[in-house]
Design a protein around this ligand. Structure first.
Ligand code: URA
Ligand code: SF4
Length: 228
């Protein structure tokens, strides 16, 4: 008996590579990413969210994916997690506009619940599809240090699954090759993990730990005094 299978078809997910211009600078990459159809996440999102910050910054921070505010505004880290990140950078003695910020996945993945759009963690397949953008950014910016904020970013930057709690705060040298120069990588918690602690016990310790990790990275990048 023939059966009709009513499953949703597998998403079109060729990966971003064919949309990434060769040897491009950051503005050219950001422009090209608007056309990316490397995975299905572009369709329900408002727009691509690329990056922010100096295109020659010594320190690059990689987040997970844009959130609701970022999707609407087209800029990374402009919502609640961004405020935590900016406060932590300031506390670490780093001017937020001295660092280049980007995300492992460039479109907001969400689930609709009535009028609300709830963040949905990207799958490994989305991280993989979007990776050509991050690789091209790192090759263009050539930072000395790359900070991975949370497990999704760590997977993108290091190319393997890691436990953030095990690795956090250390300068790792299994680093990505950034335009011929290896960068150090530091893994830390994602600022949105701190948001869940706000007003509860544990906030101060978690915030201080994020600040300490950002300071370690900024020192190694030569952005704040104190040596690596
Ligand atoms: N969280 C992220 O990982 N990136 C953003 O840009 C905003 C929130
Ligand atoms: Fe392209 Fe990344 Fe957006 Fe997918 S999430 S469409 S790979 S930019």
């Amino acid at each position: 008996m023939a059966t009709t299978n009513a499953r949703t078809p597998a998403p079109e997910r060729p990966g971003a590579q064919e949309w990434v211009p060769a040897d491009a600078d950051v503005p050219a990459l950001a422009q090209a990413a608007r056309a990316c159809r490397g995975c299905e996440l572009w369709a329900p999102a408002t727009q691509v969210v690329f990056s922010d910050g100096p295109p020659d910054a010594p320190l690059v921070l990689v987040g997970e994916q844009p959130g609701d505010s970022e999707d609407r505004e087209g800029e990374p880290f402009v919502g609640p997690a961004g405020r935590v990140l900016h406060d932590a950078l300031a506390a670490a003695g780093v001017a937020p506009d001295a660092v280049y910020v980007t995300n492992a996945v460039k479109h907001f993945r969400f689930e609709e619940r009535g009028k609300r759009r709830l963040h949905k963690t990207p799958d490994v397949a989305h991280v993989h599809a979007c990776l050509p953008w991050l690789s091209a950014e790192l090759a263009a910016v050539r930072p000395r240090v790359v900070v991975a904020l949370g497990a999704t970013a760590a997977r993108a930057v290091l190319g393997r699954a890691v436990r953030v709690t095990q690795l956090r705060g250390r300068l790792l040298d299994d680093a990505p090759d950034v335009g011929g120069a290896p960068a150090a990588v530091l893994v830390t918690t994602h600022p949105s993990a701190l948001l869940r602690l706000r007003g509860k016990g544990g906030w101060d310790e978690a915030f201080d730990a994020l600040v300490a990790d950002l300071r370690t990275a900024a020192r190694a990048a030569g952005l704040v005094a104190g040596g690596a």
